[in-house]
Design a protein around this ligand. Structure first.
Ligand SMILES: Nc1nc2c(ncn2[C@@H]2O[C@H](COP(=O)(O)OP(=O)(O)OP(=O)(O)O)[C@@H](O)[C@H]2O)c(=O)[nH]1
Ligand SMILES: [Mg+2]
Length: 470
């Protein structure tokens, strides 16, 4: 399904850099390159052969020129990758030029003038999918590689690009298709196929080769999706308990201003860190309390707003003094949130009181950590607790390297519903036609994961998350 239109885009991030790359894909890519590329230095002798004669997968040195003029836009390296052996399976031309805000844009503009159009986000990868080079899970993994924030996330994505998830899905599907074939034989040729569909055997096969691997995948999503999607934690507490100090301690740098004056932090401060390979976004907030200060009020409103879409709340208390009414109010505010009580400043206790003696009894059966943001005491345990509270105990993680995303997980759940129907149909001796229908539905849900017959909506949704030029 080769597309008629030729698309082009700058594939490297904006800004200044050593080199930048422009990608062109489609039927016009080679003719356009022929018009604008010259394989010689400016002012030197004759022009070399047409670009169509260039060998595929080789870099050629030359210039980008404005056709019918003496204007040279840039000195470049150019590569031609001929269909079908290219990223999109179409003719692809890649031009490496100097990366500056103006340089690449002027080459791109020239290419567009010659009949290409600007590529949409993810359109190169979309073509790779539409032309059958990769399945949908592999296309999604390309975006995951680009977005990976930690080594563990990258490992998962890289494995998915090679098709590990698609292979796992195909394996499950093979069993389903075999069982469906047996049922259909019984439906179509009831006399000949006597005994072809052994219900007990089918039930066993579905249980071990289909239902349990599907459940495994769903469970893996639940346990490990944060490796890819990241974890958002928000640090809250009344003024001066050491929230900003805690943020600095977690990210290991002097990021937020810390002073002995309550009300130091007014805005949200966001920093990235990683804990056990999980990308974590930590947000420090303004101390929550009743105040007339208009700036603080805005800060507090922002903190409250962010609290609602955080995965985990770190509720900080000050071990240097008794709990206050403010602490109790915040405690009520976050009652329905996934939270950890962090008792800070335990260095002030001097071993006089036990760490959590200051906590009322009923607070104690929730995740709790005693730390000192000043000395770093207790921070490693807090980090472990953060992961445990957010994800539970993680298994082998990235080594499994098959990790469904939310879209896959939803399809797997639907598949599982039909599988349940199939299994109870077999048990209750339901008519073969009914069982076959449910089997067919369960197969269709698996097909949606790899994208055998995807809807345009699904494709738009997936590829719009890409950047332009990929
Ligand atoms: N002894 C001791 N002092 C700490 C510790 N953590 C923070 N402090 C001190 O407590 C004071 C307040 O710290 P911040 O980190 O600014 O507190 P905050 O909760 O961000 O305060 P606001 O932004 O005003 O809400 C500073 O003087 C810190 O040095 C700790 O673990 N031990
Ligand atoms: Mg602060």
């Amino acid at each position: 399904m080769i597309q008629a239109e030729t698309i082009a885009a700058i594939a490297t991030p904006p800004g200044r850099g050593g080199i930048g790359i422009i990608k062109v894909s489609g039927p016009l890519s080679i003719p356009i390159a022929e018009k604008i590329f010259r394989r010689n230095a400016a002012g030197s002798g004759s022009e070399s052969g047409p670009v169509g004669k260039l060998k595929t997968y080789r870099l050629y040195y030359g210039r980008i020129v404005v056709p019918d003029s003496t204007i040279t836009l840039d000195e470049v390296l150019l590569a031609v990758m001929k269909a079908p052996r290219s990223y999109t399976r179409e003719d692809v031309v890649e031009i490496q030029g100097h990366a500056g805000p103006a340089a690449l844009k002027s080459i791109l503009a020239l290419i567009l003038e010659q009949g290409a159009r600007l590529a949409e986000p993810g359109e190169f990868t979309r073509r790779a999918f539409l032309n059958g080079r990769i399945d949908l899970t592999q296309a999604e993994a390309v975006a995951d590689i680009i977005n990976a924030r930690t080594d563990a996330a990258l490992l998962v994505a890289a494995n998915q690009v090679s098709g590990r998830l698609a292979t796992a899905i195909e394996r499950i599907k093979t069993t389903l298709v075999a069982v469906l074939a047996e049922i259909e034989a019984e439906i179509d040729f009831p006399e000949d196929a006597q005994g072809a569909f052994d219900r007990q055997r089918a039930a066993d096969l579905l249980g071990s080769r289909v239902v349990s691997p599907v459940k495994d995948l769903i469970e893996r999503y639940a346990r490990e999706h944060l490796i890819r999607d990241g974890l958002r934690i928000i640090i809250v507490g009344r003024p001066n308990v050491g929230k900003s100090s805690l943020l600095n301690c977690l990210v290991n740098k002097d990021r937020a201003i810390v002073t002995a004056t309550p009300g130091t932090t007014r805005d949200l401060i966001e920093e990235e860190l990683q804990i056990q390979g999980i990308p974590v976004t930590a947000i420090d907030t303004a101390g929550l309390h009743v105040t007339d200060d208009p700036i603080e009020k805005i800060g507090i409103a922002r903190a409250e707003e962010r609290m609602d879409n955080a995965d985990l709340v770190l509720f900080v208390l000050d071990a240097g003094g008794p709990l206050t009414g403010e602490d109790f109010r915040i405690r009520t505010r976050i009652a329905d949130k996934n939270s950890i009580v962090v008792l800070n400043k335990i260095d002030l206790l001097n071993g006089q009181r036990s760490d959590n003696a200051v906590l009322p009894i009923r607070w104690q059966n929730q995740p709790f950590a005693a730390v000192s943001a000043l000395t770093g005491q207790g921070i490693p345990s807090l980090k472990k607790l953060i992961v445990r509270t957010a994800v539970g105990e993680m298994g082998g993680r990235a080594e499994h390297a098959v990790l469904p995303n939310l879209r896959h997980e939803m399809a797997l759940r639907s598949c599982l519903q039909f599988l349940d129907a199939v299994c109870s149909g077999i048990q209750d001796d339901a008519p073969a036609e009914l069982i076959a229908m449910d089997l067919g539905e369960s197969i269709r849900w698996l097909d949606r994961i790899t994208g055998t017959e995807p809807s345009v909506d699904v494709l738009d949704q997936i590829f719009s998350q890409f950047c332009i030029g990929k």
